[in-house]
Design a binder for this molecule. Structure first.
Ligand code: SF4
Length: 581
């Protein structure tokens, strides 16, 4: 197979249009039936006779995709969902005693690969409708680590536990107290120990539908680990967690790997990915068309190859641009025009109180906000937005604010209508770089998490405002989308001379985006203290010192990496007070 054709017949209902598309195909016109209309009305494309002229995808861009495959994929896919449907080539390899990470954009088969490894989905090797036998699978992987793995699967020696990506679905399917739900699956009587490690002891008596996103994530991880398994797969374990929790959960996951246990993780926070994985695969492909998996590499190499966009060994370019992190240049004050000032603000909400020191945001500044969950970041943002009145202190309230909340709500409004301001005013600055055009005719509640996030960011930026407040804009986005969104926000503020406050838990995202940092200190759910804005390095130092972790910059990619606790570098940086090296 040299090229792959994917047809979404649900989007191609008009028979006249199908016949028109068929009449355009040069292969059909020359007398060979390449585009066919089947008896049941489906339009199908013969991938062998198609010459990849690109005419039919232009006639129905939403419904037809024709992609030329790289030479290395001129072989049978491991699994194909049907005729002219998504194809997966290759699988990531679980290794005992190691955490193997999977890095890649959304929509290129990570879940399919995980389901095959977990034994939930039996591959068909392009033999549509026919599951392969274990003999075929083992034969396909002969001479590789995967052969040994599937031999174990056949002998029933592999037990898989899987922490899914969409934890929001759990409260819809499970009811009752956290403790009771976890007790039911506690096969080895480890619940107390695991609850302590994951810091969920205090919510054991709460109902599953009443806990926060960060708590739900840790309950889902606990549930996966309580199952007796020797292959643990975690799909995006850091979502909803703050940085402290991300580091804690990463350590927990790393400790699961031993000679009898293999661990795999899909993760989009690159700093956490780097911290959690010993080795890594890159997944590449074309969204909703095909996906493949690179050979396994040391994590640092995998990240650098991923950022470079080119895999030398496979001779595959999967991105036309290289991602480069820059050494932080000294902050240049853009214009010394203050936008909003505050001093000693205080606010009490139930048992929680928030206090600020003196601070100001200047015009054109992008300011990152760091802090644990439940420490009042959203409350502060709402005070600035005028949504909540402060009890005391001074606040210049003359700013107009555009606000993107943390939790995204979707209704049945069309994206095109919802985004009319952004479409009219900022097609080039917002709509095009965020790749929103393919979503315009969809309803908000039909979008995936990542699509909805991009639409909400566009909506926030599309409104006229002095100050843009974006709460967790990186949630649900893959690595590439995070980089794009951070660039869009930064460029937009620079061009418009507006200011932005960005609350986020992805350190790399904030590092890439922010001129300055604010740090939220205190005790979660009790007391929040707002400090800053500081210069980036000073702010990171204050924050990382509290977490007792140090970061260094990778010499090749300049990406920040977490130092191993008590390693030589960790000790040296701590002695110098340079937590953000
Ligand atoms: Fe025909 Fe292939 Fe060209 Fe489509 S891309 S019109 S199927 S030759």
């Amino acid at each position: 197979m040299k090229r792959i054709a994917v047809v979404d017949n649900k989007k191609l209902k008009d028979m006249q249009l199908k016949k028109h598309i068929q009449s355009l195909c040069p292969v059909n016109r020359a007398g060979t039936e390449c585009i066919k209309i089947e008896k049941d009305g489906r339009l199908t494309i013969d991938e062998i006779t198609c010459i990849g002229c690109g005419i039919c995808p232009k006639a129905a861009p939403d419904a037809i995709k024709i992609i030329n495959l790289p030479e290395v994929l001129d072989k049978t896919p491991i699994h194909r969902y049907g005729e002219n449907k998504f194809a997966l080539f290759n699988l990531p390899t679980p290794l005992f005693g190691r955490v193997v990470g999977i890095l890649g954009v959304n929509g290129i088969g990570k879940s399919t690969a995980i389901q095959i490894l977990a034994g939930i989905l039996k591959p068909n090797f392009d033999n549509i409708g026919k599951e392969a036998s274990y003999e075929q699978i083992i034969n396909f992987f002969k001479g590789t680590e995967m052969q040994l793995f599937f031999e174990k699967v056949r002998k029933n020696e592999i037990k898989v536990s899987y922490k899914p990506q969409n934890i929001e679905l759990i409260p819809r399917m499970q009811k009752g107290k956290v403790k009771d739900l976890l007790k039911k699956i506690d096969e080895e009587n480890k619940l107390n120990e695991i609850a302590k490690e994951l810091e969920i002891e205090s919510i054991m008596d709460n109902n599953i539908n009443e806990i926060s996103g960060g708590e739900l994530q840790r309950v889902a991880i606990a549930a996966a680990v309580l199952k007796k398994a020797n292959l643990h797969i975690f799909d995006e374990p850091s979502s909803y967690l703050d940085i402290k929790q991300r580091i804690n959960v990463s350590k927990f996951i790393r400790n699961l790997a031993d000679e009898k246990t293999a661990v795999m993780a899909v993760e989009h926070d690159l700093i956490i990915f780097d911290y959690i994985s010993d080795l890594a695969h890159i997944m590449y492909g074309s969204e909703d068309v095909y996906g493949s998996v690179s050979g396994v590499k040391p994590t640092k190499n995998a990240i650098n190859v991923y950022l470079s966009g080119y895999m030398k060994e496979e001779n595959i370019r999967f991105r036309d641009k290289q991602v480069k992190f820059e050494e932080r240049k000294p902050f240049v004050k853009k214009k010394d025009v203050p936008l909003v000032n505050w001093e000693n603000i205080s606010k009490t909400l139930g048992n929680f109180s928030l206090k600020t020191e003196k601070g100001a945001i200047g015009k054109g500044e992008v300011i990152g906000i760091l802090g644990e969950n439940g420490i009042g970041k959203t409350t502060f943002v709402k005070i600035l937005a005028g949504e909540i009145e402060n009890d005391s202190g001074k606040l210049n309230e003359k700013v107009t604010v555009s606000y993107k909340p943390q939790y995204l709500e979707a209704n049945d409004e069309l994206v095109m209508i919802f985004l009319q301001d952004a479409i009219k005013g900022y097609a080039n600055q917002i709509i095009n770089p965020l790749n929103i055009s393919p979503l315009l005719l969809k309803k908000l509640n039909e979008l995936s998490g990542g699509e909805l996030q991009r639409v909400m960011v566009a909506h926030c930026l599309g409104r006229e405002a002095d100050l843009y407040l974006l709460d967790e804009p990186s949630a649900y986005l893959d690595v590439e989308q995070r980089l794009i969104v951070s660039k869009v926000i930064r460029d937009f503020m620079e061009q418009k001379g507006s200011s932005a406050l960005i609350v986020d838990h992805d350190l790399l995202f904030l590092d890439y985006l922010s001129d300055k940092l604010m740090v939220f200190d205190g005790i979660p759910a009790k007391e929040g203290i707002v400090k800053g804005p500081f210069m980036m390095e000073e702010g990171m130092n204050i924050f990382l010192k509290k977490l007792n972790i140090t970061l260094r910059r990778d010499k090749e990619s300049l990406m920040p990496r977490v130092n191993k606790l008590d390693s030589k570098l960790d000790r040296e940086q701590k002695e110098k007070g340079s937590y953000y090296g």
